[in-house]
Write a protein that binds this ligand. Structure first.
Ligand code: SF4
Ligand code: SF4
Length: 381
């Protein structure tokens, strides 16, 4: 079991590196697509606008066609979300197809339907990542996604899952005990999961600044050691959101990020449904380029961090040296003892340390088709 887990992790690392290299080499394919296999959910969290109680699952053949279309567009990560995607009777077949088509398979679930057998089924299907959001320690009228309800499932995941598990806790309006977020993160780390904290948005994906107590818990989180992924997560984007400040960034949704609803339409994100609202089967490379480049007026106060992370990859692609240096500088201003995670250390060596980079560094930069110094102009194929 342990050896299989280690081998799978190594395989995942290779595929992620390939994804990173592809994102660096081309700006014309989606990096991440979220797709909804069913809108129905077995919970009814008070803040949520992404579920109903009546929808049927999208038929399997339709889901497979949509996965194939995303793969044909060159999508590198496909995330199943909902509603509650584990209510789909053919979820494992969908995950298998994502993997067969060479994409990284990710699942966002409320975790209620996880059993030992379902976890083993997800292993067999080839799931790469699973994310569970836990909102509180004890269930309340806002949310039943609580540590008390889910802790046994987390223990099963720690024991049986061969995929990587991320536990996301939340801060923001409607969350009664901000301290819960830290306790949830602590439990996640004790079980060797990745932990992140998200900030609740309103029904258009827009910001609600944190109250002082929530800000304090957020700061506690930020001081924890983080992986590369959460390093990006805790960059100034999240920092500004937590303080109610706008972000200056270009949202590439519709190009580098796609949201596919249960009707098979492409939207910018879960909170901007209806734009552009084109059927996925008709979505072309021209659509990707046009919509990705289109300015979004909702960007300054947007809280959708996965879209921001895809944008960060493009910033890095276009201006690797400047982007990395700016991230490190901002982080060190906040914490003078900050030590970057291993991957960031590697990238710093590659892009910022000209003297020590040597022939190996030059060879890697060549493979990635990146220039360490001058900004490369944005060119969309
Ligand atoms: S579990 Fe997720 S999809 Fe279901 S109601 Fe809660 S937040 Fe919405
Ligand atoms: S900025 Fe982009 S990701 Fe954020 S709400 Fe608008 S369209 Fe969605």
């Amino acid at each position: 079991m342990k050896i299989r887990k280690v081998l799978k992790r190594a395989g995942r690392l290779v595929r992620e590196t390939r994804m990173f290299v592809r994102a660096m080499q081309s700006a014309s394919h989606p990096i991440l697509a979220q797709i909804v296999p069913t809108r129905r959910c077995n919970l009814d969290c008070a803040y949520c606008n992404e579920y109903d109680k009546v929808s049927s699952p999208v038929p399997l053949n339709m889901m497979l066609r949509r996965i194939d279309r995303l793969a044909d567009l060159g999508t590198t990560i496909i995330t199943l979300s909902g509603g509650e995607p584990m209510l789909h009777p053919d979820l494992d077949a969908i995950i298998q197809r994502i993997r067969q088509r060479g994409a990284i398979a990710t699942l966002i679930t409320n975790g209620l339907l996880l059993t030992r057998d379902r976890i083993k089924g997800l292993n067999r299907a080839g799931l790469d990542y699973l994310q569970i959001s836990i909102d509180n320690v004890l269930p309340d009228e806002i949310s039943k996604k609580s540590l008390k309800v889910l802790d046994l499932k987390l223990q099963w995941l720690a024991k049986y899952a061969e995929f990587q598990v991320t536990i996301n806790s939340v801060l923001g309006a409607g969350i009664r005990n901000p301290e819960d977020a830290f306790l949830i993160g602590d439990r996640a780390r004790k079980l060797s999961f990745t932990s992140t904290v998200g900030i609740l948005h309103d029904h258009t994906g827009q910001l609600k600044p944190l109250a002082p107590e929530q800000q304090r818990v957020y700061e506690q989180f930020r001081r924890l050691k983080t992986s590369l992924f959460s390093f990006a997560h805790f960059d100034s984007f999240q920092e500004n959101i937590s303080r109610g400040l706008p972000n200056d960034w270009h949202c590439r949704a519709g190009g580098r990020f796609l949201y596919i609803c249960e009707e098979g339409l492409v939207h910018y994100c879960s909170q901007q449904r209806g734009r552009p609202g084109i059927p996925l089967e008709d979505y072309t490379f021209e659509d990707l380029v046009r919509e990705g480049a289109r300015p979004k007026e909702c960007a300054p106060f947007c809280t959708i961090s996965c879209v921001h992370q895809t944008a960060m990859l493009d910033d890095f692609r276009e201006r690797p040296r400047q982007t990395l240096a700016a991230i490190l500088e901002r982080r060190r201003k906040l914490d003078s003892t900050f030590q970057p995670p291993a991957m960031v250390g590697f990238l710093s060596w590659l892009f910022l340390d000209e003297r020590r980079r040597g022939p190996l560094g030059k060879w890697i930069l060549n493979i990635l088709q990146l220039k360490p110094t001058a900004a490369t102009p944005t060119r969309r194929a």
